[in-house]
Design a protein around this ligand. Structure first.
Ligand code: ADP
Length: 358
């Protein structure tokens, strides 16, 4: 692309000024050099010859100075053949090979070449971060799959023994069953999260009664809360919302099942829903084990489990809240947690009554 006329004129003025400065200084240098030489020799040629010699010497000196500067500029990368261009090419080759540990120095400042160097550095950094996330994801998934598989393998081997009582056999089968259910749930959740993140899930907002949906879900998991003798305190104001009912049902189910899972037998779970201006506020509060402040900021990251030692027996994979957060984000809402260890937890979801127009 051609630079604008003003820039071209300004560059020409700078070039002429530079050439004049070089020429004047080389003439001065030539004058003093020849004067010194004539003084040492003790004689001086005629005036015309002096002028010619000075002129030629000044031109020679000018050529030396300019070619020296050009070489220096090339070595410093101030020209397209210079080092940063080689460094940029090497960096691109490195990135293409999958090595993102790349940094190119930028001697060009904010000019177009500077922008190019910065873009290469940003590209390498972003690709490196993505690669790190991919590695972490693979290691998290492998870790989550490893423990139920080891357990299934171990108990299947144990079942091959002949001297087992019927009771032991039933117990081992139960474990195999629950571990395989855990694997199936993990794969379901992974697929769901992948679909949500790739925005394949589709988003179909429809007006519906949110309170009715939540009440039906609470009733659907009655066996779980009655099994633990939990006291359920439900206060749902009638609220109509325009949202994706299938996706939101996943949010309420995950929050409800966590509250039941992490509350010891005999505890209490409160569920409340109330309109709040142009939004609706949902709160679920339990009297369970609670969550340490240090864990709370990372709770909505995938695979994150607070206090693994205490939550390990619950068999979760740490994906439920990541899925809930993604769905709430899709609805332009917020999800927050308020908790203290041993003092229960409150999860609050706020959603606009209707999605904002895009
Ligand atoms: P999981 O499948 O492990 O329950 P989640 O993403 O739903 O995965 O939850 C992540 C972690 O957050 C849980 O492992 C648990 O440590 C913590 N957590 C979630 N809800 C509660 C709650 N109501 N009380 C205490 N801890 C909770």
């Amino acid at each position: 692309m051609k630079p604008p006329l003003r820039t071209r004129v300004w560059n020409l003025v700078k070039g002429v000024a530079f050439a004049l400065a070089v020429q004047v200084s080389t003439f001065v240098a030539a004058y003093y050099l020849t004067a010194w030489a004539y003084a040492r020799l003790g004689r001086q040629p005629p005036d015309l010859a002096v002028q010619i010699i000075n002129g030629l010497l000044a031109l020679g000196l000018g050529f030396l100075v300019v070619s020296g500067l050009v070489r220096l500029a090339q070595r410093r990368g101030w020209s397209p053949q210079g080092r940063p261009f080689e460094a940029m090419l090497r960096a691109m080759e490195q990135i293409a090979r999958g090595d993102f540990n790349v940094h190119v120095d930028n001697p060009f400042g904010d000019g177009p070449f500077g922008v190019l160097v910065n873009s290469i550095n940003t590209l390498a950094r972003d690709l490196g971060q993505m690669e790190q996330l991919r590695q972490e994801f693979i290691s998290d998934v492998s870790h989550e799959i490893q423990s139920p598989l080891t357990s299934i393998h171990g108990f299947a081997l144990a079942l091959q023994q002949d001297d087992l009582s019927a009771e032991q056999r039933a117990q081992y089968l139960d474990i195999i069953l629950s571990e395989s259910t855990r694997l199936a749930r993990l794969s379901d959740n992974l697929l769901r999260l992948a679909a949500l993140q790739a925005e394949h899930a589709g988003f179909h907002p429809q007006p519906y009664r949110l309170d009715k949906q939540i009440r039906a879900l609470i009733l659907a998991c009655e066996p779980q809360w009655t099994g633990k003798q939990l006291d359920l305190d439900v206060c749902l104001a009638p609220v109509s919302i325009t949202a994706d009912a299938d996706l939101l049902s996943q949010v309420w189910t995950n929050l409800l099942s966590n509250a039941i899972k992490f509350t010891p037998a005999g505890g209490q779970v409160q569920v409340a829903l109330a309109p709040q201006g142009a939004a609706v506020a949902f709160r679920i509060t339990d009297t369970g084990i609670g969550i340490a402040p240090a864990d709370q900021p990372r709770l909505f990251e995938r695979f994150y489990k607070a206090d693994r030692a205490r939550t390990a027996p619950t068999g979760g994979s740490g994906l439920g809240l990541a899925i809930a957060k993604k769905i709430v984000d899709m609805h332009q809402g917020t999800i927050t947690v308020d908790s203290a260890p041993g003092a229960g937890a409150t999860f609050a979801v706020e959603l606009p009554l209707a999605p904002a127009e895009c």
